[in-house]
Design a protein around this ligand. Sequence first.
Ligand SMILES: [Zn+2]
Length: 214
Amino acid sequence: MKDSKIERIRKDMLTACIKLADLGFLAGVGGNLAVRIDSKLMAVTPSATDYYTMKPEDLCILEINGLKMVEGTKQPTTESGLHASFFSLRPEIEVSLHTHQPLASAVSLLGLDMDIASEEGKKNIGPFVRIVSYAPSGTPFLVRAFRSRIIKETNGYLLRNHGLICGAFTLDQTIANVKLVEKEAARFLRNRIEKNPNLSYMPNAVKDQLLSAL
Ligand SMILES: [Zn+2]
């Protein structure tokens, strides 16, 4: 029974990765995906693999507690510890996605929590996306920093100077969430540019150009 569940999860993850790569959330810019199998196991994408040529068996099955690989031949993503933290501290989260999406990553440079304005975002993610202090990617320091910020009020976390990690209950919702965060990040940045008195010296033409890029 478990094997058929793992098989289905692997297939669904593959489809989701292609969708995310097509949307520009994974291709070329890295990022990785994890899905909970049960309370003990998770499936994660392998490190440094082209998502368009990835096969179901390339997905690695790991223990959430301790990250021991129980199935797979490739090296699991170096961010497996982040996904495992999400699954262990938030037992209701089923999917964890890490991206380097451009606008959310830009907001992560500010070192601030980002509010969420849309109703859909508030419902699926929470009233804000929470900042996690900087630590180098793939290290236990980043895992520790992330763990210390996980709360039940939000499913979205900005890894400072790095990117986004977002939890969800389904793969479809994960895709919707990262799209949503990117939109919210555009709004957040636009707001800060328009309302920032320190930018009053900036000629309007430059400001307009900056805003049109968001
Ligand atoms: Zn990363």
